[in-house]
Design a protein around this ligand. Structure first.
Ligand SMILES: Nc1nc2c(c(=O)[nH]1)N[C@H]1C(S)=C(S)[C@@H](COP(=O)(O)O)O[C@H]1N2
Ligand SMILES: [Mo]
Length: 281
């Protein structure tokens, strides 16, 4: 008996189909096809090599051969900005969240704040009038609760229970981040004219962070208004702060004032002090 997994006969490189009688019309046809496929395959490979060389010899723009750069530009820098980070930050059982969350950093929190009068001001990417949002507007979006680690570049980390609205849901409801006014409905297929960067600044402009759009529309990036199911304290960034657990604490801006969109990396408080602009971990 033949074993089941025996490899079936197949054409040898010179076109001799081992299963066909030598010299038969079928065998000649098989040999011809095999030769043709070798030639076609060879040409394709050569074309590939030459094409590749052509591309690599083009002038570089921004570290990328021009033809690639053009595609990247045509895509509104989609490739680098949106599809890089697919992992999720680890989530913990709520019971593991610390009860007393330490506070760290108060730049931009020194001035008085009237929580009732507070508005989040958003400058649309396509220009035009800035739009204002109340905390109620943010709370009207689906509430997301998550327990994740807050890692500070100083070397400590704590598990925190956060609640808020996904930044992505905000941009799905209010189409402010694209030139066309298309909302970010489907994160995997965002509008091609979506802004590549986002700037978030405190009302007094003393603290500011820049984020790439991919990080902004990541499902764990929240416009956060609660810790342990309680409204944020002033020290934790009342009434609204950023939480983005794939990045260090420095990016979790407290007391959001203004949001705007940009073509280049926006100014970033800690990047200006020499820290990595992305500050992912
Ligand atoms: N406005 C503002 N937000 C800020 C900071 C700051 O100095 N000012 N410090 C950051 C740093 S370094 C950390 S670790 C976290 C700490 O958040 P927490 O005070 O809620 O624990 O806030 C971040 N957000
Ligand atoms: Mo930090």
């Amino acid at each position: 008996m033949q074993p089941d997994n025996q490899i079936p006969p197949h054409p040898s490189p010179d076109g001799q189909d081992l299963t066909l009688p030598p010299g038969s019309p079928q065998q000649q046809e098989a040999a011809r096809r095999t030769r043709r496929s070798f030639i076609v395959g060879g040409l394709a490979a050569l074309g590939g090599v030459l094409g590749w060389r052509y591309l690599l010899q083009r002038p570089y723009a921004d570290g990328t051969p021009q033809p690639f750069r053009r595609v990247l530009d045509a895509n509104g820098r989609l490739s680098s900005a949106y599809f890089r980070e697919t992992r999720l930050a680890r989530e913990f059982p709520k019971s593991q969240a610390v009860k007393q969350v330490r506070t760290n950093g108060s730049a931009g929190l020194e001035s008085e704040i009237d929580l009732a009068a507070w508005r989040m001001v958003v400058q649309p990417y396509r220009g035009g009038k800035a739009q204002e949002f109340t905390l109620a507007d943010i709370k009207a979006l689906p509430r997301v609760e998550m327990t994740t680690e807050l890692k500070c570049i100083e070397g400590w980390s704590i598990v925190v229970n956060w609640a808020g609205a996904r930044f992505a849901d905000f941009l799905a409801k209010y189409p402010l981040a694209s030139r066309s006014g298309q909302p970010v409905k489907d994160i995997a297929n965002p509008p091609s004219d979506l802004a590549p960067y986002v700037s978030v600044v405190t009302p007094d402009e003393e603290y500011y962070v820049g984020l790439d759009m991919h990080s902004v529309i990541h499902p764990q990036t929240l416009l956060c208004y609660e810790i342990n199911n309680q409204p944020l304290s002033i020290a934790h960034g009342a009434p609204l702060r950023l939480v983005t657990p794939l990045k260090y604490g420095i990016k979790h801006l407290k007391r959001i004032g203004t949001i705007s969109f940009a073509d280049e990396r926006p100014a970033d408080y800690w990047a200006e002090q020499g820290y990595d602009w992305d500050s992912g971990h």
